[in-house]
Design a protein around this ligand. Structure first.
Ligand code: SF4
Ligand code: SF4
Length: 171
């Protein structure tokens, strides 16, 4: 099978690999998706997704995995789990997306720049970003203290060390 828009070929071997390596048992329900689009109609990231959740399931079913691995979609999903909640078939597009991320990393696919920035921030400070000042309605910018928020607790060096060794295993 060939996607006539992208000219990508179906890769059934990769589909089997995705099924075998998926830590989520729900993948077995993927074939029962009947494209009702309930997942897509509730998706919180829909506007930003190049491929919609029901399309992700469809492409996996057709074996067009390479197309998905190259798509920004698998990195744009916010993992809100709404598609899982809404799917009448338990197909959970989010679980497919997480499995596709794992496959993309294993296959040394090009990762989005923003993701790499997040990872390097995690390694450096243990958080996805530094604490920030926020603007109020009167345009004054304030910090956490001014907002009576508790002081941020940064993760320990031990935590960062464990995280780094885990990342070294993956990359
Ligand atoms: S994954 Fe579920 S909600 Fe989405 S189209 Fe398929 S059956 Fe419908
Ligand atoms: S988990 Fe991802 S794909 Fe599913 S509804 Fe949320 S943003 Fe959309």
């Amino acid at each position: 099978m060939k996607d006539l828009y992208t000219m990508k070929e179906s890769n059934l071997k990769m589909k089997d690999q995705l099924r075998e390596e998926s830590p989520f048992p729900w993948i077995q329900y993927v074939t029962s998706c009947y494209q009702c689009q309930k997942c897509t109609s509730g998706c919180t990231s829909m506007k930003h997704l190049e491929l919609k959740p029901h399309e992700v399931v469809k492409l996996v079913n057709m074996g067009l995995i390479d197309e998905l691995l190259e798509s920004e979609t698998i990195w744009t999903c916010t993992e809100c789990l709404k598609c899982w909640e809404r799917c009448p078939q338990g197909a959970a597009p989010v679980n497919l997306i997480l499995s596709l991320r794992n496959l993309a990393v294993k296959g040394k696919a090009k990762l989005p720049e923003n993701l790499l920035k997040t990872v390097s921030s995690l390694i450096e400070i243990g958080l996805i970003q530094r604490e920030q000042r926020v603007p109020l309605k009167n345009l004054e910018t304030v910090d956490r203290e001014k907002l009576n928020l508790p002081k941020l607790v940064y993760p320990s060096e031990e935590f960062k060390g464990i995280l780094l060794s885990m990342l070294e295993e993956v990359f």
